[in-house]
Design a protein around this ligand. Structure first.
Ligand code: HEC
Length: 208
């Protein structure tokens, strides 16, 4: 009896997973790139693995994270945005992860726009990847485009935001797309470090 119930249970769980997976392959890659293509260590893989018409950062576009503070305060939630522009292009995508000095997941990424962004929330210290959804490719939009998200800062000395962006031509293939990669380093806000710097500056002022 029990074993029978168990088997039913497995079926009930496995069926939707199988369906979800086959659904994913029907939609293809533009519904969200695979994990590990944010030009992040240790592999430093990026979208040019498949979108390979142009070299990395060869286009005339620009990719950035906006809203970052000069230094982060542990536990603070920062509303941020990935912003991408590329004149002449008309479909878009990105992937982002935040790692500490040991290349482990740093802080907590959170989705605030589930229509246009999705998060691969991987276990423990494994890197998490925020990325565009199918809707979030903003088909036909001349840009600049942006994807909003939140990041809760960890209590570590420093982190790096690794991100890649695709300024695509919107032809539903991996051809004709410009890929960009950016890495932004950010340090923890040390109250004392600010004082040290200003004392150093005062001494230098007196010396001349
Ligand atoms: C494993 C191969 C592969 C990787 C890696 C990959 N892509 Fe793609 N991508 C494809 C293929 C194939 C297509 C075309 C089919 C489709 O739309 O799913 C595509 C299409 C797209 C499109 C739509 C292109 C258009 O002109 O309509 C966007 C946007 C996109 N990918 C973003 C990304 C981003 C951003 C990354 C890196 C973070 C990435 N892809 C990494 C294979 C890949």
């Amino acid at each position: 009896m029990l074993r029978h119930a168990f088997r039913r249970c497995i079926l009930v769980i496995a069926m939707p997973i199988a369906l979800a997976c086959s659904g994913g392959s029907v939609f293809g890659y533009s519904s969200g790139p695979p994990d590990g293509f944010a030009n992040d260590p240790p592999t430093f893989m990026n979208c040019t693995t498949c979108h390979r018409d142009y070299e990395l950062n060869q286009g005339a576009g620009e990719l950035a994270v906006e809203g970052l503070p000069p230094a982060f305060a542990p536990g603070t939630v920062y509303p941020l945005e990935v912003v991408l522009e590329d004149p002449g292009q008309q479909r878009w995508g990105f992937e982002l992860t935040v790692l500490d000095a040991a290349d482990e997941a740093a802080g907590t990424l959170a989705v605030v726009d589930p229509v246009n962004t999705a998060l691969s929330d991987n276990p423990d210290s494994e890197a998490d990847y925020l990325k565009h959804t199918l809707e979030g490719t903003y088909e036909g939009d001349p840009g600049p485009v942006s994807w909003a998200f939140e990041w809760t800062a960890p209590d570590v000395p420093g982190v790096t935001f690794y991100l890649t962006g695709n300024g695509a031509d919107g032809d539903f293939t991996s051809n004709g797309d410009y890929i960009y990669a950016v890495a932004v380093e950010l340090m923890r806000d040390e109250g004392t470090a600010v004082q040290e710097t200003s004392w150093g500056r005062i001494k230098r002022l007196y010396r001349k």
